[in-house]
Design a protein around this ligand. Structure first.
Ligand code: SF4
Length: 270
């Protein structure tokens, strides 16, 4: 496990056209190894500066025109980029995390660090304790592996119900969805206003995985060490595994199910 100790006092941002001049928070002085996610992935697109400018503009639009707006964070690579931008731009956009009770210890540790260093408030939503207890008692510890219906029932209890509380009263939410992540996400728009009551911003929709890691490297963003262990996607521990070379981004999520059904409901349109 790489050393993740933050040393904010030692942080000195490197001048760069892609580097934001402020936001010493949410940064790390982690050293890179040949196998780290940073070394493997940081490779910006030719038009990265243009993409970054548009992402900043979208976040500013969310704060100015869609308040109250909030960012949904799974504490994966895309989400730490967005939270870093929200902080750097000093936007009035709180962040929320669904703490399902089944997250990896690495994710919980990053949540704690983010809460300590983020200028934007970081709110945590947990499932109803009684509902979790009843589900496990009635269906068993391994119910999620028995059928998709039971897996989705677990997602409903641990994610969807807390999500509905997190989004209550919001006019917009901001996600880290990218088109490259899966076929199901290939058409993701940067701004979805199909739900008149709740707009959805996907400001990294056209970013590549290399763009995400380029931003993390340039800005020394603190990231989830699961990515160093070949987890491209961060989720609940029982339902997320590392992937092999050649597998797609979502291959490590609910890998025992059909490819087309791999969503928990958070980003599925009604
Ligand atoms: S991802 Fe897995 S553990 Fe997490 S809520 Fe869904 S089924 Fe339950």
């Amino acid at each position: 496990m790489p050393c993740l100790a933050l040393a904010l006092s030692k942080f000195s941002p490197t001048p760069s056209s892609n580097t934001l001049p402020i936001a010493p928070m949410l940064t790390s002085n982690r050293t890179t190894s040949p196998k780290s996610a940073l070394t493997r992935n940081a490779d910006a697109s030719a038009d990265f500066a243009h993409k970054l400018a548009r992402t900043r503009a979208l976040l500013q639009q969310a704060a100015a025109e869609f308040s109250p707006a909030t960012q949904a964070s799974s504490l994966g690579a895309e989400d730490v980029v967005i939270t870093h931008l929200v902080n750097a731009l000093q936007l009035d956009i709180p962040v929320f995390v669904l703490e399902t009770g089944a997250l990896h210890s690495e994710t919980l540790a990053l949540l704690e660090r983010t809460q300590s260093h983020s200028r934007a408030p970081v709110r945590v939503f947990r499932p109803e304790h009684a509902a979790v207890i009843a589900f496990v008692r009635n269906e068993g510890q391994d119910a999620i592996f028995k059928s998709m219906a039971q897996r989705k029932a677990c997602c409903d209890i641990r994610k969807m119900e807390p999500l509905s509380r997190a989004l209550l009263g919001q006019r917009a939410w901001i996600t880290g969805l990218r088109r490259e992540q899966s076929n199901a996400r290939a058409e993701v728009p940067v701004l979805d206003t199909s739900n008149a009551a709740l707009a959805k911003f996907n400001p990294l929709a056209d970013w590549t995985w290399g763009d995400v890691w380029h931003y993390i490297a340039e800005n020394k963003v603190d990231y989830n060490p699961l990515h160093d262990q070949f987890f491209p996607s961060v989720g609940c521990a029982p339902c997320t595994r590392a992937v092999s070379l050649g597998e797609d981004f979502r291959a490590g999520r609910w890998w025992w199910e059909q490819e087309t059904a791999k969503e928990c409901g958070l980003h599925v349109k009604a």
